[in-house]
Design a protein around this ligand. Structure first.
Ligand SMILES: [Zn+2]
Length: 184
């Protein structure tokens, strides 16, 4: 039925199968729907799964189009990797992906480590203690935990880290980021 089913992301296989079952259920007695199903193709991107037909002169009827619209909407709420509840996430400036929190974590973390690397030169040049608000959100808990308790109490209260300690802390994350990059 679909010649490229093996290209469907693993998390969306169940969504795809359920959609095909729905289509088969409405196929009986309609040669138009039968033709639509025979010409079905699947398109699986990073954000959604969609079905389309290869017969532009014989477009599917409203029922088939409704099913096809639903699978696209549904896939945008299901993790493409593991099938858990998910949403479309923006990773960095121009990359979107439909993933659950767990599956998205490595890419999000990698991006924040990259941001940290980018800010390092500027923060070194300024030369002042670093505040938690200057740290990307996922890395902030680690930053707060790493503030050296022997730093002046006033610094600790303002959740700041000395520049020297910050450079060391950021280097730790830089190395973790390189480890994450190797996985892909
Ligand atoms: Zn997932």
């Amino acid at each position: 039925m679909t010649s490229n089913a093996e290209q469907i992301e693993p998390g969306w296989k169940r969504v795809a199968i359920r959609t095909l079952i729905k289509m088969l259920a409405v196929m009986a007695g309609s040669s138009k729907r039968r033709r639509a199903i025979a010409g079905l193709r699947v398109c699986s991107t990073d954000t959604e799964l969609s079905f389309f037909t290869t017969t532009p002169n014989d477009p599917p009827d409203v029922v088939m189009l409704g099913i096809m619209r639903k699978v696209r909407d549904r896939s945008r709420t299901v993790c493409k990797d593991c099938g858990r509840p998910a949403r479309v996430r923006l990773i960095g400036e121009d990359e979107s992906v439909t993933q659950c929190t767990r599956c998205a974590a490595p890419a999000l973390l990698r991006h924040e480590i990259w941001e940290l690397d980018q800010s390092l030169r500027f923060l070194k040049a300024v030369g002042r203690p670093i505040s938690a608000s200057q740290i990307p959100p996922l890395l902030r808990p680690s930053f707060l935990q790493s503030i050296d308790p022997i730093d002046a109490e006033a610094v600790l209260k303002k959740a700041q880290m000395s520049l020297a300690q910050f450079i060391e802390w950021a280097d730790g994350w830089h190395q973790i980021g390189e480890g994450l990059a190797v996985v892909h």
